[in-house]
Design a protein around this ligand. Structure first.
Ligand code: BGP
Length: 457
């Protein structure tokens, strides 16, 4: 039996925009998702927009019981900035009541809430002023964070500032999957830097306010594997790692920005505007713990025909299609559990063995109705296999001394996924889109037994 540490957190993650629904109700103002859907619904899978999602705004109490039913002891969601502070300044009391009830209900069921502040949901009022491109976003976020700590600090012990900051940067400013869907490397770097400062100033507010508990950030990590050991491929892997992983890991955990990254941005005329005290603030406001979302590795090779100065990350590294890869065909992502062991070792050896947890890991599959059995239960053995293989690697990392305190699956109930709508399902509970009903999948039962034993056979 592979036992996990005592008090290990077992749970699942979601986000406010993907699970609450009521996205134009109860005093909430629009986020970029609401507005983008209003303008271009055709961009969204089957025209499925952010308005309804899994309706947890109404069902959180029963959902907390469902979590308890499968023995979960923790759950991550986010607060919607646009619900709590519809104009960025004025508190929406209805939102305060909602979140206080929601978090209390989780606790009453033995579920520790981990609360995140930003999950890709930029307020529209701020987007109209330039979103993360404008420095004003840093102060606006710090104000919002402070408001959350004041209003909910008595209920929450674990806070995180951002979920996957790299994603709103690259999807919004490089690859076109998030609003404003532009392609501008220099803007992407500035957006990244403002995001880093917004995080830093939220950490500072938390520390200065002497709130109890701890604060962290959730990063997506795709360990980088070069095609070969040639100097060119290794350099490409190094750059991919610097841009995608170390750009946030180093400042948030170590308080420094890698010099190699700064040099490279300078050489390519990509350096962002930085205020005088920023670097010192980063140094002074490190996180207490880290969440790592892991889905797939990154395989790279040296690029051919590059632009100088660079106009996109493709000028530093090229994707490498590894012929031996195992793939999840629905999401198009490689399945490579071994990388989770490498992540555990990287944190142990390069990041002071900071306390961390797997904050997302899971497998999205389309048309899961194919796997309904005669009792109406989805037999998602592929998901069980996926998670088991990843947990074996995580366990190996913990045995080797990595300071991991938990594992959260993506996700608890099938949820809405940005442009992909409800195409790929990830949940332990199936969501019936006709009537919002939830029903347990085989993986939910498996998870319960795993948590009961706190280990794998
Ligand atoms: C992560 C996000 C989640 C979630 C998940 C699954 O990157 O934090 O919000 O969506 O990926 O990915 P997808 O929904 O794109 O299939």
């Amino acid at each position: 039996m592979k036992k996990f540490p005592e008090y290990f957190l077992w749970g699942a993650a979601t986000s406010a925009p993907q699970s609450e629904g009521h996205s134009s109700l109860n005093g909430k103002s629009p986020s970029t998702w609401d507005k983008w859907y209003e303008k271009n619904p055709e961009k969204f899978q089957k025209n499925q927009g952010p308005e309804h999602t899994s309706n947890m705004y109404e069902t959180y109490a029963e959902d907390a019981k469902r979590m308890r039913d499968i023995q979960m002891n923790s759950f991550r969601t986010s607060i919607a900035w646009t619900r709590l502070l519809p104009d960025g300044k004025t508190v929406n009391q209805e939102a305060v009541t909602f979140y206080r009830h929601y978090f209390s209900e989780l606790q009453a069921n033995g579920i520790k809430p981990i609360i995140n502040l930003f999950h890709f949901d930029m307020p529209w009022w701020l987007m109209e002023k330039g979103g993360w491109e404008t420095r004003e976003s840093v102060d606006a976020f710090a104000f919002y964070a402070n408001t959350c700590f004041d209003l909910f600090g008595d209920l929450i012990e674990e806070w995180t500032t951002f979920n996957e900051p790299m994603v709103h940067i690259e999807c919004g400013y490089l690859y076109g999957y998030h609003y404003p869907a532009i392609h501008d490397f220099k803007k992407a770097i500035q957006v990244g830097f403002h995001t880093l400062m917004a995080h830093t100033m939220a950490v500072k507010a938390f520390k200065n306010g002497n709130y109890s508990g701890r604060i962290g950030i959730i990063l997506n990590v795709s360990p980088c594997y070069p095609k070969s050991q040639s100097a060119e491929d290794l350099a490409a892997a190094r750059m991919a790692d610097l841009l995608n992983t170390k750009s946030f890991l180093d400042p948030t955990v170590l308080g420094t920005i890698p010099q190699e990254l700064i040099d490279c941005l300078a050489e390519n005329d990509l350096l962002p505007k930085v205020n005088e005290k920023d670097i010192e603030e980063i140094k002074q406001n490190k996180i207490d713990f880290l969440g790592m979302n892991y889905y797939q590795p990154r395989r790279v090779q040296a690029p051919i025909n590059v632009n100088k100065p660079a106009v996109s990350p493709a000028d530093f590294y090229d994707h490498y299609d590894w012929p031996n890869k195992k793939i999840n065909p629905y999401r198009g992502w490689e399945i490579y559990p071994e990388a989770l062991y490498d992540v555990a070792m990287m944190i142990k050896n390069e990041y002071n063995n900071i306390a961390w947890y797997v904050s997302e890991n899971g497998m999205g599959v389309a048309d899961e109705e194919r796997f309904l059995d005669k009792n109406g239960m989805i037999q998602d053995d592929y998901r069980i296999e996926f998670m088991e293989e990843h947990l074996i690697q995580l366990h190996k990392g913990i045995e080797a001394g990595s300071n991991c305190f938990g594992y959260h699956a993506w996700t608890f109930i099938d949820c809405w996924s940005w442009l992909n709508g409800y195409k790929n399902r990830y949940g332990f509970y199936r969501l019936d889109l006709e009537n919002d009903q939830r029903s347990l999948k085989k993986s939910g039962l498996w998870y319960k037994e795993l948590i009961d034993r706190n280990g794998l056979d």
